[in-house]
Design a binder for this molecule. Structure first.
Ligand SMILES: *Cc1c(COP(=O)(O)O)cnc(C)c1O
Length: 366
């Protein structure tokens, strides 16, 4: 009965859910799988003792923004912190795209469309080209649309792994006034950032997260870098107490100890190269090169490969969609986890190969 009272956009959404994963090798969500450094954990807990939980958190997250300013080399007054960058994506949609078009370069991160729907924006896909590069001509055409509200470019792109060049970003910025968001959730694994264009283009927004490289997914801290005007608009619509006391404190401690994570990030990038080489050597499997902490690959019968991995307690992401047929995405985990994944995947493919050969003869049903 209530269904009739809500917007079609909301009626058609599906609640977010994630698979149960206890006891699994978890390579499905691009988290940092290294153990959280015990010295950082201990420092957080020692400081938490001095905190009061009866008062609201600092709505401006002033001290955390100072830490982020130091890390990102960007003025604190133009940094905004969110309850994960997911919250910032939704607020960007609310502020700049309601009743307008939100251009999304598919295939890409699925939450953009969902946040657009929630915010009453019209999500419009601008399909990527052959090797998943963005279609600059199509974007420039979209930029002329009087209903254009926002364009989101994910770089490196989840799930394909490729980056969009800064030249392309700048060509787009030169030709539009709509808000252009570059989502750099995986920035630390590639080192390329559009932040250097922020002083020239007031409509540019750079999104970052502490969930991926810095292993803080459970505490929900994301941030954005933008010009003064966009920051001012976003400050008007943000929930005052969006980032809680504990998360603000933990994020600060983590940024003070970031050299530990920088070592992990280097190791993850080295593991990414090893994993890519291993995947490349497997028959019938095609990995795509990645500038992030995950690798997308294509293999015939991806859904059954996914299921077989699950039977071996390995959880990865099945993408298999019309845009990404037979594609899977695996996060780069700890070296030992990557090793087990590679071994099990090799076993699965070898077994299929021998089945395939038998299948040609009379033993088809065995
Ligand atoms: C994981 C991810 C996010 C979400 O980050 P949170 O800060 O945890 O909300 C945003 N964008 C992309 C592309 C991601 O992959």
């Amino acid at each position: 009965m209530l269904q009739g009272r809500i917007r079609k956009q909301i009626r058609e959404l599906v609640p977010y859910d994630i698979p149960e994963y206890s006891g699994m090798i978890k390579l499905d969500a691009n988290e940092n799988n290294y153990d959280f450094p015990s010295e950082v954990r201990e420092r957080i807990f020692s400081l938490v003792n001095g905190q009061t939980f009866t008062r609201y958190p600092d709505p401006k997250a002033a001290s955390l923004r100072e830490h982020l300013a130091d890390y990102a080399d960007f003025p604190a007054s133009q940094i905004l912190v969110g309850n994960g960058s997911d919250e910032l994506i939704q607020n960007l949609m609310l502020a700049f795209a309601m009743h307008k078009k939100a251009f999304i370069t598919t295939p890409t991160f699925g939450m953009y469309r969902i946040h657009a729907e929630i915010a009453g924006a019209i999500p419009v896909a601008i399909p990527r080209k052959k090797k998943y590069q963005v279609d600059t001509d199509a974007i420039l055409e979209a930029a002329m649309d009087p209903e254009a509200g926002i364009l989101i470019l994910c770089s490196p792109n989840n799930p394909t792994g490729n980056i969009v060049s800064l030249e392309t970003v700048e060509v787009i910025l030169k030709n539009t006034d709509m808000i252009v968001v570059v989502d750099e959730a995986y920035y630390e694994f590639c080192g390329q950032t559009a932040a250097q264009l922020l002083h020239k283009y007031p409509q540019l927004v750079v999104l970052r997260s502490l969930s991926k490289a810095f292993g803080l997914a459970g505490l929900r801290v994301g941030y954005m870098l933008a010009g003064a005007e966009v920051t001012g608009i976003m400050n008007r619509i943000k929930q005052p107490f969006n980032v809680n006391v504990f998360s603000q404190l933990a994020a600060k401690v983590l940024l003070e100890s970031r050299s530990i994570f920088e070592t992990q990030i280097q190791e993850i990038c080295a593991s990414r190269a090893e994993l890519h080489a291993a995947l490349e050597g497997m028959p019938g499997l095609k990995p795509f090169s990645s500038a992030a902490n995950f690798i997308m690959f294509q293999v015939e019968g991806a859904a059954s490969v996914y299921e077989e991995l699950l039977n071996h307690n390995i959880l990865i992401r099945l993408l298999d969609s019309p845009e990404l047929p037979d594609c899977l995405r695996v996060s780069v985990g700890k070296p030992e986890e990557n090793r087990v994944f590679v071994q099990v995947l090799e076993k699965i493919l070898r077994r299929r190969e021998s089945y395939g050969k038998k299948g040609e003869g009379v033993q088809e049903n065995q």
